[in-house]
Design a protein around this ligand. Structure first.
Ligand code: NI
Length: 334
């Protein structure tokens, strides 16, 4: 009984209940004491001498007023303790020190209350926390000219390494493979615009070039319900007047793997040796030789402590109409 009382006393809940019951019992016993005294006094006033003597004799017996009062106090304490235990037993045990407390058995399986026709709740995706590229080693792998038939395989490889990349898409190919573009976005990769049909925008009027980029953007919007966040002009060629008028940042590159030229998996893999922290690496996912080189590149760079991030993540907060990366305009390309 007593150890149990000590365990119960730790809880705020039971402590306040105990206080309440003690206060109530105190008030009650005060009233009772007064009533007893009053009743005994009034009886003593009108009693005969023999009764008074008998009562005086009684004073020495265990039934006199003081003894009765002290017995009443003991009763009061027992009652309040019992009250505390009963109430505490009804509630949830709150004491952390209730070491020998056994939790109630788990209830039997609850039958689903939602009707079977109700749609299941969509899985909540965890927000990715991008590494801080001002402290950590980061590299932005970029893949141009897709989506193509090898892109789904590339997405699998990137997922294995938890690598995020940036895809600069050709509008024509987006229209052909909107599902692949959606898969790219869903996997957390960045989507950039690489023109509608890979024509040299620097050889067009600003109006025509903007129209070309817009056409590609419309295809991207249709596929993923959002615009491309970056532009990479074909061949890295862009008239300064067009660059200034763009409402997105321009992302070129700082490492060219020349994968489009060599079409050699081993040579593309070797280009990982050129990578420095903060680099934007140019590759093309329309070539099988490139997609085959990516696992080895990821393995090599990961072993060196690199994080694979998007272009926007590696730049920080790229500004509209500003070019990032040194870029090149390989005359032999396409
Ligand atoms: Ni290209």
């Amino acid at each position: 009984m007593l150890p149990l009382l000590f365990k119960v006393r730790h809880s705020h809940y039971t402590r306040s209940l105990r206080l309440l019951s003690l206060t109530t019992a105190e008030a009650f016993s005060g009233i009772m004491r007064k009533a007893l005294r009053h009743s005994l006094r009034s009886r003593f006033a009108n009693i005969s001498a023999s009764t008074a003597r008998w009562l005086r004799k009684l004073k020495g017996s265990p039934w006199n007023m003081e003894v009765m009062t002290s017995r009443f106090t003991a009763l009061r304490l027992s009652l309040s303790t019992a009250l505390v235990l009963v109430i505490a037993g009804c509630g949830t045990p709150l004491s952390e020190n209730w070491s020998d407390y056994t939790p109630p058995a788990a209830p039997a399986q609850i039958i689903a209350t939602t009707p079977p026709s109700a749609a299941p709740e969509p899985e909540k995706k965890l927000e990715r926390v991008a590494p801080d590229c001002s402290i950590e080693k980061c590299v932005a792998l970029t893949f141009d000219d897709g989506p193509g038939s090898h892109t789904p395989e590339l997405l699998k490889v990137l997922a294995q390494y938890d690598a995020k990349a940036t895809f600069f898409l050709i509008g024509e190919n987006v229209a052909k493979h909107p599902d692949i573009v959606k898969a790219e976005l869903d996997a957390g990769h960045e989507i950039g615009n690489h023109s509608w049909a890979h024509k040299d925008l620097s050889k067009m009027s600003v109006t025509a070039a903007k129209k070309d980029l817009q056409k590609s953007d419309d295809a991207i919007q249709k596929a993923i319900e959002q615009k491309a966040t970056l532009v990479r002009p074909p061949f890295g060629a862009l008239a300064p007047s067009l660059k200034k008028s763009l409402d997105v940042p321009v992302a070129l590159w700082s490492v060219d793997t020349l994968d489009w030229k060599t079409r050699d998996t081993k040579k593309t893999e070797k280009s990982a040796e050129k990578v420095k922290p903060g680099d934007i690496v140019l590759m093309h996912d329309i070539h099988e030789s490139t997609v085959k080189a990516v696992p080895e590149m990821l393995k090599t760079l990961k072993a060196q402590g690199y994080h694979f991030v998007t272009v926007t993540e590696i730049i920080g907060k790229p500004k509209d109409g500003i070019g990032y990366g040194t870029g090149q305009s390989p005359a032999t390309k396409k």
